[in-house]
Design a protein around this ligand. Sequence first.
Ligand SMILES: Cc1cc2nc3c(=O)[nH]c(=O)nc-3n(C[C@H](O)[C@H](O)[C@H](O)COP(=O)(O)OP(=O)(O)OC[C@H]3O[C@@H](n4cnc5c(N)ncnc54)[C@H](O)[C@@H]3O)c2cc1C
Length: 317
Amino acid sequence: MVLVFAEATNGKFKKAAHEVVTYGAKTAKALGTTCVALTLGTVENAGDLGRFGATKVYNIAVSNGFDSGVFAAAIAGAAKALDAKVIVLSHNSTGKNITGRLAARLDAGSAPGVNSLPEVSGDKLTVRKTVFSGKAFADVEILTDYKVISLSGNSIPVEESGSAVDVETLSVDLPSAKVKVLETKRAEGITPLPEAELVVSGGRGLKGPENWGVITDLADALGATTACSRPVADVNWRPHHEHVGQTGVAIRPNLYIAAGISGAIQHLAGVNSSKTIVVVNKDPEAPFFKAADYGVVGDLFEVLPRLTAAIKAHKSL
Ligand SMILES: Cc1cc2nc3c(=O)[nH]c(=O)nc-3n(C[C@H](O)[C@H](O)[C@H](O)COP(=O)(O)OP(=O)(O)OC[C@H]3O[C@@H](n4cnc5c(N)ncnc54)[C@H](O)[C@@H]3O)c2cc1C
């Protein structure tokens, strides 16, 4: 059996949960077994995960707030209780915190941050993941009885293959929490960068924070999330949570538009897994053009407003 941990935020599932259940269902099919989903804490419409291929949903009551030790114990307990040998979770901030602990509890081999469905041969699983900041792939065979896989966001399309299923409460022994989350403040109204499918990003070529309107106007027209290069955040033109790259957020949106960013290797390390990269730079020799799917050599202060106007005109058709 494949067990998928489907995380809910404020009781609701996000795209990452649907992706991971889709992945679990396809993996289970390849293994000739079934996929069940696990939710922790209070979740609305948990049975809805059946639409993405879970044949049943289990819920374990945990006190509100995230504690990686408690979450890992809950998932490991469920895997043992249900005899699920393959455990799949999202490679988001929660997943990154849990994967190692979970694998240790199950004495499992783990493959964190995989990008594609596994190759199945008997009960052997081989998964592919990017390494060296997205410059190469590694194929990883998991040799252990229990296998833990975390899936990078935006790696596979969400697919609906069923309908809502039953939710059953599961009871497992949990350790007491070692930390207490006092408060979580979330940015309202925008998709956080790790989940964003469309990203518009600006660099030092913007010349100053007062010019950011060209970036936000384009982002608004597209319904995109905004990002920036590191020097821009370092001088407080933009908030640090927008900084993408090796030392910032690593993203893999469907579309990454970079304006006034040179394309230094440390920047590319966080964005080069984007499906389509569009670069706007006035320097035809800017290194970013080598990584771009589409490039516009031009002044961003002319190009971006025209692009924004064209998108608005197209949307009003
Ligand atoms: C250890 C380490 C870690 C790092 N981590 C990161 C990281 O995580 N993320 C990151 O981004 N950087 C990181 N850096 C910094 C990185 O090396 C680069 O210095 C940085 O990415 C450059 O930012 P930039 O492209 O905005 O600025 P610049 O390199 O100054 O490039 C500005 C670009 O704007 C173009 N431009 C100027 N005016 C216009 C205009 N009017 N229209 C169009 N184009 C224009 C220029 O041609 C130029 O290509 C790191 C560096 C180190 C040493």
